[in-house]
Design a protein around this ligand. Structure first.
Ligand SMILES: Nc1ncnc2c1ncn2[C@@H]1O[C@H](COP(=O)(O)OP(=O)(O)OP(=O)(O)O)[C@@H](O)[C@H]1O
Ligand SMILES: [Mg+2]
Length: 479
């Protein structure tokens, strides 16, 4: 953890603690209740689960900041609770409690992402001190921009890698829009980084210390999505045994991402529009307006304009949402980013899987560049992870590339589509030569030896042409 920046000291008063939700999990229900009670006395909000399964159900439905879980439990144990908590709430802090003299289980839990552990029987003072410390850390990581890698300065914005011109334009818009409260519509094919962009907007906004809450509108029946978004009152429908907050309320003062907005049912769209206009939500089954201050980001891999024409999306809502529109280009349309991302993911996964991978051969790189990446960055990321994990030596080569990719790549000249027919009018021999050289150099990131090999000419010939066409700087990374 970086220590160079001052840690903002948390307000000690109960009002600050009231923003914090702690889930206490112990199959000795009485023990869980006692802990919960002592935390409540300090002003925290708590939820109590007396089994691992109940805890996971709660994690799926409620927003939780800290999980305090017993490690050894019947059926679903603390490790499973830990796994679910990390998956469902990436910035949750998990503290494990262990009743055995051995701390081995706790150490194992910490390796899997638990923040710390407490030995049973708990000492209440110690428990409160640990919770304070964990919250401090959570605040720091929620607020701190230390996560922004050094790479950002060179090639990206808040963890989004890209140096293609189209991405540079996206970064410019992000820089302008992030500090405001403007609603943003992010469009792009699956895997192009819509969620990553939404998180970057939140992290670079004044709301960064508050919650970022995503909700996926795909495949959710109308009733469920409305109760998820707006919450419900006890008895609002069969099965509503208690009142529940919706995501709008959880996201209050923060950011709400409406993922796959194109799939939202029309009747829910009408209600959403009302919320946007009135800045209030109504829980299902209630007429009482609850004021909310939420920044909205919507994302979709569909053309909302087409959906509007087809009558599947409300035009008025569309205009409300697309105050600023960001379109993420597919990966195949930004060849230079493929090269950059290959190197980035090699580093990331070598570190993550403790492999010492030194790089990738030019032939393997060329093969990856020639593939159309229908699953975009997600597919490239997964492929690179598999390659890093499975390779036998420390340089990735063509035989490490999964079959489905090496067999499906576009085998025509690098960077040039395989389409037949006549070239478009106005395309001269000189222009296409310049274009071909430029694209090849971008692909191999300025490596002239490799470019000459791919273009089937000598290095000196290539060098002459670079000078002639004033291309000597092409492919060199911006510093
Ligand atoms: N420019 C990028 N730089 C680094 N990583 C990226 C970039 N774009 C996407 N990724 C990574 O690719 C994966 C997919 O990104 P993300 O989930 O944001 O895509 P998406 O557009 O929301 O996809 P879907 O439509 O399928 O939900 C994530 O692991 C993300 O971190
Ligand atoms: Mg997504």
């Amino acid at each position: 953890m970086p220590t160079s920046q001052p840690v903002s000291s948390r307000k000690d008063d109960a009002s600050a603690n009231a923003d914090v939700m702690i889930l206490v999990v112990d199959d000795e229900a009485e023990h869980a209740e006692t802990i919960s009670e002592s935390l409540r006395r300090t002003g925290y909000r708590t939820l109590v689960a007396s089994s691992g399964k109940a805890a996971i159900d709660m994690l799926e439905n409620e927003h939780v900041d800290i999980v305090l879980t017993d490690l050894v439990m019947k059926d679903v144990d603390g490790m499973e609770v830990l796994g679910s908590a990390r998956r469902l709430h990436p910035d949750v802090e998990v503290v494990v409690m262990t009743g055995f003299a051995s701390v081995e289980g706790a150490v194992e839990a910490m390796k899997k992402g638990a923040s710390t552990y407490l030995k049973k029987p708990l000492n209440i003072q110690e428990l409160r001190a640990v919770i304070e410390k964990v919250l401090e850390r959570q605040n720091l990581s929620r607020s701190n921009v230390y996560l922004q890698q050094e790479l950002d300065r060179k090639y990206g914005f808040s963890g989004i890698i890209g140096n293609a011109e189209s991405m540079q334009k996206v970064f410019t818009v992000l820089q302008q829009v992030a500090p405001t409260s403007a609603t943003v519509l992010i469009q792009g094919e699956s895997g192009t980084g819509k969620e990553l962009v939404a998180k970057a907007i939140h992290r670079n906004s004044p709301r960064r210390n508050q919650h970022f809450i995503p909700i996926n509108c795909t495949a959710m029946p109308e009733g469920l999505i409305e109760s998820e978004l707006f919450g419900h009152e006890k008895g609002a429908f069969t099965g509503a045994i208690g009142a529940r907050k919706g995501r709008f309320e959880f996201a209050n003062h923060g950011t709400l991402l409406l993922d796959e907005i194109g799939d939202m049912p029309l009747s829910t769209q009408a209600k959403l529009l009302r919320v946007i206009e009135e800045r209030c939500v109504y829980r299902v089954g209630s007429n009482v307006p609850i004021p909310v201050d939420v920044r909205l980001i919507a994302s979709t891999n569909r053309h909302v304009e087409d959906l509007v024409k087809e009558g599947k999306f409300r035009e008025d809502l569309y205009y409300r949402l697309r105050v600023v529109t960001i379109s993420l280009p597919p990966l195949r349309a930004r060849q230079s980013d493929i090269a950059l991302l290959i190197d980035h993911f090699i580093k990331e996964f070598s570190h993550q899987h403790s492999r010492r991978i030194e790089g990738i051969t030019p032939a393997a790189r060329t093969m990856l560049l020639a593939y159309p990446w229908p699953g975009n960055v997600r597919e490239l990321r997964n492929t690179m992870e598999a390659m890093v994990v499975l390779t036998r030596d420390n340089i990735l080569d063509t035989d490490d590339i999964p079959e489905e990719i090496s067999s499906k790549r576009d085998v025509s000249t690098p960077g040039v589509g395989a389409s037949g027919g006549l070239p478009p009018a106005g395309l001269t021999l000189k222009k296409s030569e310049i274009d071909l050289i430029r694209r090849t150099l971008e692909m191999v990131r300025g490596n002239r030896e490799e470019a000459a090999r791919l273009l089937g000419c000598g290095e000196r010939t290539l060098y002459r042409k670079l000078k002639q066409y004033k291309l000597t700087e092409v492919g060199k990374s911006p510093v």
